[in-house]
Design a binder for this molecule. Structure first.
Ligand code: ADP
Ligand code: MG
Length: 256
């Protein structure tokens, strides 16, 4: 079954057509990378799937249901950005817990409360604590739970961001160049960890990167985007050996 289905997604900012009709199906448990040169529309597409941006046309389905009217918090997806976007004044544990607290509150309640106050019963607080512990254990950051983001290395911060994505058991993970702020060595290490996490959780990933090597090593399928369109979506081997056209071949570095 497809976890994420995109049909005819278009997006224009003023007169500029950024997405020109994107169709994509990502299966349950599949790892699909979205690659393409800077400015081709990868982040915009991911933000539309996440509900952080509205599309000009087309539809998004998650687990078989149209989500076009749903706000981001109600789409049951977790997004990880390159900038981590952690709250500096909250501890690691509180940062990871943020999505669990937000989900139960209306927008009006949410804004002033984030990080200050955990509404709910003791049982609910206990459940949140358990889930934070689980996510932190999976990512091996359980001993960092009381620290603030400023006391962490870049790699540790990225794990906290992953922990925050993991804690809500989403239908799919959306990652937007999550490794680009890390140095080369840590990037390779974290890449391996994300691939391992995918195997272990059997979770669905849509992974944006401009690094084709990263995509080749991690993905079940790669969607090559250019100029607001997906030119080809295929297994790494087929993309490499049988690119549909020269633009794909050049981007991937296939022998011509
Ligand atoms: P990528 O992630 O592939 O680098 P983006 O999705 O960020 O590409 O951007 C695709 C194009 O859309 C770029 O030309 C960018 O300038 C434009 N764009 C993105 N967001 C906006 C916006 N909020 N307003 C106007 N143009 C935008
Ligand atoms: Mg981008």
């Amino acid at each position: 079954m497809a976890t994420v289905t995109l049909r005819g997604i278009r997006k224009s900012f003023k007169e500029t057509d950024v997405l020109r009709g994107v169709d994509l199906q990502v299966g349950d448990g599949e790892f699909v990378s979205l690659v393409g040169p800077s400015g081709c529309g990868k982040s915009t597409l991911l933000r539309i799937i996440a509900g952080l941006e509205g599309q000009s046309a087309g539809s998004v389905e998650i687990a078989g249901a149209a989500v076009d009217g749903l706000r981001a918090a109600d789409r049951n997806l977790s997004m990880v950005f390159q900038s981590y976007a952690l709250y500096p004044h909250l501890t690691v544990a509180e940062n990871i817990a943020v999505p669990l607290r937000m989900r139960r509150l209306s927008t009006a309640q949410r804004l002033p409360l984030v990080g200050r106050f955990m509404p709910g019963t003791t049982a609910r607080l206990r459940e949140i604590e358990d889930r934070v512990q689980d996510a932190a254990g999976t990512l091996e950051i359980d001993r960092l739970l009381d620290r603030k983001p400023g006391q962490l290395s870049g790699g540790q911060r990225q794990r906290v961001a992953l922990g925050r994505a993991l804690v809500r058991s989403p239908a799919a993970f959306l990652l937007d160049e999550p490794l680009s702020n890390l140095d080369a060595k840590l990037r390779v290490h974290t890449r391996t960890e994300i691939a391992e996490l995918h195997r272990r959780l059997d979770a669905t990933f849509i992974y944006v990167t401009h690094d084709q090597v990263e995509a080749m090593t991690m993905s079940d399928r790669i969607a090559v985007m250019m100029g607001g369109e997906i030119l080809q979506c295929d297994t790494p081997a087929r993309i490499y050996e049988d690119p549909v056209d020269l633009r794909v071949a050049e981007f991937i570095g296939s022998p011509k």
